[in-house]
Design a protein around this ligand. Structure first.
Ligand code: HEM
Length: 407
C-alpha cells in the first residue's frame, strides 16, 4: 500500500514541482510521451488523479492496475471508455467488454471458439495474402508510410472477413474506428458520436438482413447462439458484440504493427537481427507488445472504495494504462529497454483478469505475419529523417504515421 495520493502534476512544465496542476490525458504531451509520464508518476504518486476530461484516477504500478482489473465487485466495466460520456447520453452496451459478472462469463464464453488458436490458424494465410497485396502496392522509390499504407489495412480486413462483412466497406470501418477511439472527447464529440451512430446503423441493417438471409459468418452464428437459460441472443446483444469486435480488432493491432515497424526503422541492430533470425520474430513481437502496449481501459467505482489507500468514490473513473504495468521496474528487469530476445516476459498488453483480450491469439498472429512479410520485402529500411512521427491516443495509443525509406 502506498497510502498517498496527489493531484497529477503537469508533466514537462517547468514550475510543476509542487503545484496542483492537472495533466490532460488527451493532450499531445501525454500522448507523445506516455511512458515518461508513467515513469515519473510512478516515482512521485503511483496513484494519481486528474480532474480534466471528466476526472479520473490513474494508477501506474502493476500492483495497483491489476488490483483494480481483478476487483470486478468494486470496479465495474459498464463504462470502459477513457473519454467521458456527457450527462444524459446512454452508455454503449458491447458484451462482453462492458459486462460485469455473472453475465460477462456467458457473453465471453460463446465467443471463445471463434478466436481459439485453431480458428486463428485458419486466418493465417488470408492475413499473409493481405500483407503481400499491400506490399505489392508500395512504390519503394517513394517515402513509404508504414502506418498508413501497411499497418492500418491488415487488421481491418482480417476482422471484417471474420465477422462476414464486405471488403469494400473496410475503408469506412477504419474511419469509424479512428473517429471513435481517437477523437478528443470535448473538442471532437460530434465526430465521435457520428461515427458511433453510423456504425450502429450499419450493424442494425446487417443484422436484420442476416435474420432473413443467414450466412456462414460470425453474425449468423451469434444469432443462432443461446444463453445458458435457453434465451436466444437479442439483436441488441449481437449488435453490441459486433461493434466491439470491429472496433477492438482494428486500431489496437494497427497501432502495434505501426509501433513495431517504427522501432525497427530506428534500431538498426534489432532490424538486422530479425532479418537474419526470423524465428525470433514471435519473441520480439512479445517485447514490442510489452514496451509499446497500445491499450488503456477504464472502470467505474461501483462503491466507495480505495486504491492503495487512495479513497475512490462511487462513480469515479479509474484509468488502466496497461502499458504502465509493463514498464514497472518491480515486474520487469530494465523495463525502459527494448530487448527483443527477452526471456521472461509475462506482459499485460492484453489486460489482466476476466476481460483479458479475447482476440490475443488473432492479434499475435497478425503481428507476426505483418512483420515477417515486411522484413522479407524490405529488409533495409529506416525512418525518413526529415519527418516527425506523431503518436495518437489515448484509449489506443500508437504512431499514426511512420514515414520510412525502404531502399
Ligand atoms: C495488439 C492488439 C490488441 C491489444 C493490445 C488488445 C488489448 C486488449 C485489452 C487490454 C483488453 C482488456 C480490456 C479490459 O480490461 O477492459 C482487451 C479486451 C478485448 N479484446 Fe483486445 N487487444 C488487441 C487486439 C484485439 C483483436 C484483434 C480483437 C479481435 C476482435 C480483440 C478483441 C477483444 C475483446 C472482444 C475484448 C473483451 C474481452 C472481455 O471483455 O472479456 N482485441 N484487448
Amino acid at each position: 500500500m502506498h497510502g498517498t495520493c496527489f493531484w497529477i502534476y503537469a508533466y514537462g512544465m517547468s514550475d510543476s514541482s509542487n503545484h496542483e496542476l492537472d495533466i490532460d490525458v488527451f493532450g499531445s504531451e501525454y500522448v507523445q510521451e506516455a511512458p515518461k509520464v508513467w515513469e515519473r508518476l510512478r516515482s512521485e504518486c503511483p496513484v494519481a488523479h486528474t480532474s480534466l476530461n471528466g476526472g479520473g484516477w490513474l494508477p501506474t504500478t502493476y500492483e495497483d492496475i491489476s488490483s483494480v482489473a481483478y476487483d470486478t465487485e468494486n470496479f465495474s466495466s459498464r463504462d470502459i471508455a477513457v473519454a467521458p460520456t456527457p450527462e444524459g447520453v446512454s452508455l454503449l452496451v458491447a458484451p462482453p467488454i462492458t459486462s460485469d459478472p455473472p453475465f460477462h462469463t456467458d457473453a465471453r464464453r460463446m465467443l471463445l471458439p471463434y478466436f481459439s488458436p485453431k480458428a486463428v490458424e485458419e486466418m493465417r494465410e488470408v492475413t499473409r495474402s493481405i500483407a503481400v497485396e499491400l506490399l505489392d502496392a508500395i512504390d519503394p522509390a517513394d517515402v513509404v508510410d508504414a502506418a498508413e499504407q501497411y499497418a492500418r489495412y491488415i487488421p481491418v480486413r482480417v476482422i471484417g472477413a471474420m465477422i462476414g462483412l464486405p471488403e469494400e466497406d473496410c475503408e469506412m470501418f477504419t474511419r469509424w474506428a479512428t473517429d471513435i477511439l481517437q477523437s478528443h472527447p470535448e473538442k471532437e464529440w460530434e465526430r465521435l458520436t457520428t461515427a458511433t451512430k453510423e456504425i450502429l446503423e450499419y450493424f442494425d441493417k446487417t443484422i436484420a438482413d442476416r435474420r432473413v438471409n443467414p450466412r456462414d459468418d460470425l453474425i449468423s452464428k451469434l444469432q443462432a447462439e443461446t444463453l445458458p437459460n435457453g434465451d436466444p441472443l437479442t439483436d441488441k446483444h449481437v449488435l453490441g458484440t459486433c461493434f466491439l469486435l470491429l472496433v477492438a480488432g482494428i486500431d489496437t493491432t494497427w497501432s502495434s504493427i505501426a509501433s513495431n515497424l517504427l522501432h525497427l526503422a530506428t534500431h538498426d541492430d534489432d532490424r538486422q537481427r530479425l532479418v537474419a533470425e526470423p524465428e525470433l520474430i514471435p519473441t520480439a513481437v512479445e517485447e514490442f507488445l510489452r514496451a509499446y502496449s497500445p491499450v488503456t481501459m477504464a472502470r467505474v467505482a461501483a462503491e466507495d472504495t480505495e486504491i492503495a489507500g487512495c479513497p475512490v468514490m462511487a462513480g469515479d473513473k479509474v484509468f488502466l494504462p496497461f502499458g504502465a504495468s509493463n514498464r514497472d521496474p518491480e515486474m520487469f528487469d530494465r523495463p525502459e529497454e527494448v530487448i527483443i530476445d527477452r526471456e521472461e516476459n509475462r506482459h499485460f498488453a492484453f489486460g489482466i483478469g476476466i476481460h483479458r483480450c479475447l482476440g490475443s491469439n488473432l492479434a499475435r498472429m497478425e503481428l507476426v505475419v505483418a512483420m515477417e512479410e515486411w522484413l522479407k520485402r524490405f529488409p533495409e529500411f529506416s525512418l525518413a529523417t526529415d519527418s516527425e512521427v506523431q503518436w495518437g491516443g489515448t484509449q489506443v495509443r500508437g504512431p499514426r504515421s511512420v514515414p520510412v525509406r525502404v531502399t
